[in-house]
Design a protein around this ligand. Sequence first.
Ligand SMILES: Cc1cc2nc3c(=O)[nH]c(=O)nc-3n(C[C@H](O)[C@H](O)[C@H](O)COP(=O)(O)OP(=O)(O)OC[C@H]3O[C@@H](n4cnc5c(N)ncnc54)[C@H](O)[C@@H]3O)c2cc1C
Length: 333
Amino acid sequence: MAAARNLNAGFPQGGSLGLARSVEHRYTSLGGEISYRARVERILVEDGRAIGVELKNGERHYADHVVSACDGRTTVYRLLEGRYTGPRIDRLYQDLIHEPGTLFPAVVSVFLGIDGELDAGRDTADPHCTTYLLPAEQAAELPGSLQRSLVVQQRSQYSDGFAPPGKSVVHCTYFSDHAYWKTLRGRDRREYRAHKQRAADVVRGFLEQRYPGLRERIDLIEVATPATMERYTGNSQGSILAWKAFSGADDVVTKLINRDRMRLPGLAGFSMAGHWASLGGLIRAASSGRFAVQYLCEELGLEFRAWESDDQEPWHPGRLGHLPQLARWSATA
Ligand SMILES: Cc1cc2nc3c(=O)[nH]c(=O)nc-3n(C[C@H](O)[C@H](O)[C@H](O)COP(=O)(O)OP(=O)(O)OC[C@H]3O[C@@H](n4cnc5c(N)ncnc54)[C@H](O)[C@@H]3O)c2cc1C
């Protein structure tokens, strides 16, 4: 809150997609190319040097230098088959990852599409984000809940373009147990969906108590679980921000950056970036990409340069681009 007051933290225009589009635009305008829906299955290594990647469809892409910016455990143990580890990597991925409080947990997200504003008819507008502390019995009603609280965010008040005119989007989250959802989904898909529906029903009932009449104004409910999060992003245990700062992982990750220069033991031509290589949060994840390139420039004897984009076009919802419909299942509104 102090950082926000000092205008050093805030909410990006267009939210996470707006930010991603902005990075995409900058990268492609500098000549970068992006392949979407291209899952890497293997990092190709020759004589102790990473030389490229192999995709799920068998395509191979070769490179002078490979940077992995996805899940750390997947990178080290699956894409590189666990061949390039050392005491620091082992400490993180064999020990600390299992220690409670080291990883940010996963969340259940319940999104509601509402006709009008959530707080329509009230004399004063509600805050755009409220954390409700719940009694134990009420928290226990939320499937897989890890905490006695529910965060309610009026998302369409953050930025334009999140909902059609006259409609709004509310995003409700609670920290939730990954194993609970993962096991359920693996065991019985119908049961899993029933639990998603239950999360939707509990949240809807909770909001209805605070906003009487809301029930009739809900057009749509979508639920994403920790299992959804893992499927879409690949992050271990569906963790939303990987390692926690000030946890046991903090010192180890700092050494991976400062001493190991974001490289793995015995593997040339390869760096790791992203929140598994830098601790959680967007800013740290983004700066880890810069560090990886700074180290690479130093190694190649090149000057590291960074400059602001000269794109002057103000942000507008059109910049969100195409919005694909990803979910195949919705809760009953
Ligand atoms: C609900 C929620 C709220 C959050 N709120 C905040 C906040 O308020 N402030 C904040 O700072 N941070 C927040 N975060 C955390 C922040 O979003 C993450 O720390 C950040 O996005 C991490 O960026 P990353 O690039 O390291 O990883 P990711 O954003 O996870 O990106 C990894 C990418 O790699 C891709 N990928 C994975 N496996 C493969 C593979 N095998 N082949 C090819 N591609 C692959 C994935 O599809 C994904 O696009 C939040 C996260 C969530 C989920």
